[in-house]
Ligand binder design. Structure first.
Ligand code: FAD
Length: 292
């Protein structure tokens, strides 16, 4: 079993963490719950010299809801803490639902939403909720703090806009649109501890600036090199009166936007078909939730 780093470090400040990480690019790795990092080290995929524990740094343990600005979720807040938070269950039930779909209770005690985002797997279950809720990452780098919109964060499997020295300290989710309805549908090989074959996140809310009167948001997991927002499907739903047929047309557009691969969890063809079916179901569900 390969699972060794020369050193485990616990910086006292974000400045220290960023400086150390920037001085050892490729050798030093930040981590939170470690449920990705330690497993990849065990499997010999990652071989960092230094493991930099960023839990406990400024703001990383905070879960704060402001009724004017929204939710700030510190990087070290575990998924179980997110699920248990009354503010999340009341205002961001979609995020709680996405967290609940991840593996098992014991894993979620360690795993974090920010770790899920930084891992940048196209299969990350919480990414869709953070995308459709317009998440913004708070990042501390060698030049100090900055913000990065999640929609521009993912560059490829495991690749993000983060640079050497960057530590994500939190994700901020603005207040959800008034009267929105959301759902996350995950198709896996079993109910426990499996990554998705396909995941579909859908959100809808009234929006008078759209010709249809409603804005739908969609995000797809495990069907492209990055978590995918099928913009043509969203545009179609914004532009025409909402009917059951339109929801199915949009689901087909979502499937057309995918570039899935064959792997042990499912073939590309099966994934594309499932995107169409699950998107149709998700869009129909949120639409009936909204219109009662
Ligand atoms: C048995 C098992 C089942 C799983 N099932 C699922 C599942 O169903 N769905 C799913 O989506 N995932 C699943 N995963 C993957 C994993 O649990 C999640 O991706 C989890 O959210 C990662 O969070 P973490 O805090 O453990 O991240 P870590 O392992 O600590 O880090 C993940 C990545 O982010 C980087 N990173 C961590 N913190 C920071 C930071 N502050 N700033 C910058 N970069 C950082 C690390 O260097 C690493 O590359 C599973 C893993 C296991 C072992």
């Amino acid at each position: 079993m390969q699972c060794q780093a020369e050193d485990y470090l616990r910086p006292r400040t974000l400045g220290e963490a960023s400086e150390f990480l920037s001085l050892h690019p490729g050798e030093a790795r930040p981590f939170l719950g470690g449920t990705d990092v330690l497993v990849r080290m065990r499997d010999g995929i990652l071989t960092p010299r230094f493991l930099v524990d960023v839990k406990g740094l400024d703001g990383t343990n905070e879960l704060r809801f402001d009724p004017k600005t929204g939710l700030t979720l510190g990087a070290a807040v575990s998924m179980n803490q997110v699920i248990a938070a009354a503010e999340v269950r009341t205002h961001y039930p979609l995020l709680a639902e996405a967290c609940r779909s991840v593996a098992s209770y014991p894993l979620r005690t360690r795993a974090t939403v920010v770790g899920n985002l930084c891992n940048a797997s196209p299969a990350g279950d919480t990414i869709g909720a953070c995308l459709v809720l317009d998440g913004v990452l708070h990042v501390h780098g060698v030049q100090g703090p900055r913000q990065v919109r999640l929609e521009s964060f993912f560059l490829g499997p495991g690749k993000t806009r983060l640079e050497a020295g960057d530590v994500v300290t939190a994700i901020h989710l603005p207040l959800p649109p008034k009267g929105c309805a959301g759902v996350y549908l995950k198709l896996g090989r079993n109910q426990l501890s499996d990554l998705s074959i396909v995941g579909v996140t859908a959100l809808v809310h009234p929006d008078s600036s759209c010709p249809s009167g409603y804005r739908f948001r969609l995000a797809l997991a495990s069907v492209a090199p990055v978590p995918l927002v099928p913009v043509e499907a969203e545009r179609h739903l914004a532009s025409h009166p909402i009917t059951p047929e339109l929801l199915h047309e949009a689901a087909q557009l979502a499937a057309d936007a995918c570039s899935p691969i064959d792997d042990v969890r499912g073939s590309a063809r099966y994934r594309r078909l499932m995107v169409r079916n699950l998107s149709a179901t998700a869009l129909t569900q949120v639409w009936s939730q909204l219109t009662g």
